[in-house]
Ligand binder design. Structure first.
Ligand SMILES: Cc1cc2nc3c(=O)[nH]c(=O)nc-3n(C[C@H](O)[C@H](O)[C@H](O)COP(=O)(O)OP(=O)(O)OC[C@H]3O[C@@H](n4cnc5c(N)ncnc54)[C@H](O)[C@@H]3O)c2cc1C
Length: 422
């Protein structure tokens, strides 16, 4: 087992910032990620060709930092009290730590509607990731739909790769986006990014108060039906890139239980995290955007390596960036109409083919899971868990280790969490 003074799970912006800062004090740092390279969601494949000033700066910083990068390794649970269990190429790996930083990011929220399981209906970030990995999109017609600023970033990216983006359909009404616009306008970096995105998406219609109601097609997607609540219309397309915001990847933190301290405890004096051996940062504790992920990563890296005064200096910036997270949540709050998109025949749990009609009469996730297998497939409720929380208000969605499918060799090493007392 390798032992690290500071072990960081996640090599996105938050994990990279934590690694840069922790390594400055000379402690032994390990960064583990299930991807082959650094960058996380936003800076995937940018190491050699950074696309923004920020990614250029942080890739330069990380190049001069000293740490072990444990690539292509997914952490699936705990191996012992001071070590995590990962899997690489089907083999178990144990990684020990004195301080652990969880920077596991977020995933997209998918909501079920008729036709959402058709081929070529994808997550917005999912389609972006596929195109970054080589999926040809040139000349294809794409509708981008759902909610949040990610839709615009994805539309800009797809357009830059030659796609014809027919429309961005944002479910939030225009009046709700005012506070978001103000918050962006007040921040020089965000303002610059927004203006760049506006230029990059010039010519693409951006319709607020608009959402998808049905994906149509036979073998694969052929068109999408949209509504603005008053009328519905159809758009012919090759792909639907659809995500209704982001959900924090907080499952690993859940496995580690009550010992965890989030960077979100709004304590302006970071004395508690100094003592905490496990902290969560970035999108894994709430959707706050890039700047927030970076500053929280920096603070966690500094604290874990004993640089308390430097960490303290960054707290005001972090407080300001977390305020933006509140504005984001309010502006892009999901409308109730989205709870009524699924019909009785719509599949909600894609892994186990569980339909809406099989779930609607349960009052909580545990009962539904026991009776219908909802959430018991390979994704382990990472898709249907968040969807059923939104659709039915179920709050008892919980996971047990391992975090996903693993080999028998890895399974044999998974430590089950101790039952909570009291
Ligand atoms: C699909 C998607 C696409 C996005 N695209 C954009 C975009 O184009 N523009 C934009 O401004 N913002 C985008 N965002 C938002 C952006 O990711 C955040 O604003 C911010 O960069 C988050 O940084 P982070 O370090 O907290 O998380 P992330 O960048 O998500 O990094 C987390 C990392 O942890 C890894 N990880 C998670 N769990 C494990 C585990 N168990 N074992 C090993 N590794 C693990 C993940 O693979 C990932 O590499 C996107 C978000 C998502 C979910």
């Amino acid at each position: 087992m390798e032992m690290y003074d500071v072990l960081i799970v996640g090599a996105g912006p938050a994990g990279m910032a934590a690694a840069v800062r922790a390594s400055q004090s000379g402690v032994r740092v390990g960064v583990v990620d299930d991807n082959p390279d650094l960058g996380g969601q936003i800076w995937r494949n940018e190491k050699l060709k950074p696309k923004s000033d920020e990614s250029k700066i942080w890739f330069e910083r990380i190049r001069s930092a000293e740490f072990d990068f444990i690539a292509g390794t997914r952490i699936v649970g705990q191996a012992s009290e001071n070590s995590l269990l990962g899997e690489r190429d089907g083999e178990p790996i144990e990684l020990g730590y004195h301080h652990l930083i969880l920077a596991t990011g977020a995933r997209e929220l998918f909501l079920p509607f008729p036709g959402w399981t058709l081929p070529n209906v994808m997550g917005a970030g999912g389609l972006q990731a596929l195109v970054k990995s080589g999926l040809p999109i040139e000349g294809k017609t794409v509708v981008v739909a759902g909610s949040g600023p990610l839709l615009v970033a994805v539309a800009a990216f797809l357009k830059s790769r030659g796609a014809h983006v027919a429309l961005i359909a944002e479910q939030a009404p225009l009046w709700r986006l005012g506070s978001f616009g103000l918050a962006v306008a007040r921040d020089a970096v965000k303002r610059r990014q927004a203006l760049a995105l506006r230029a990059e998406t010039k010519g693409i219609p951006y319709r607020t108060g608009t959402w998808p109601v049905e994906a149509l097609g036979h073998e694969h997607l052929e068109s999408i039906r949209l509504t603005n609540g008053r009328s519905t219309w159809q758009v012919v397309c090759d792909y639907l890139a659809c995500g209704f915001g982001l959900v924090p990847n907080s499952e690993l933190a859940g496995f580690l239980g009550s010992g965890i301290q989030t960077c979100d405890d709004s304590d302006p004096h970071p004395t508690k995290p100094v003592q905490a051996r496990v902290v969560s940062v970035g999108e894994s504790i709430g959707i706050g955007g890039l700047a927030c992920a970076l500053v929280e990563g920096e603070i966690a890296g500094l604290l874990a390596s004993g640089q308390v005064d430097k960490a303290r200096e960054l707290i005001p910036k972090r407080t300001k960036d977390r305020e933006f997270a509140t504005v984001l949540a309010h502006s892009f709050a999901l409308r109730d109409e989205l709870k009524k998109l699924a019909t009785p025949d719509t599949i909600v749990c894609r892994c186990e083919d569980v339909k809406y009609s099989a779930l609607v009469n349960y009052s909580n996730f545990t009962s539904a899971k026991l009776q219908t297998r909802c959430g018991m497939g390979p994704c382990q409720a990472k898709v249907c868990g968040a969807a059923t929380t939104f659709l039915f208000g179920w709050t008892d969605v919980s996971l047990r280790p391992p975090l996903g499918p693993v080999s028998l060799a890895t399974l044999a090493k998974v430590q089950q969490p101790h039952p909570k007392v009291g």
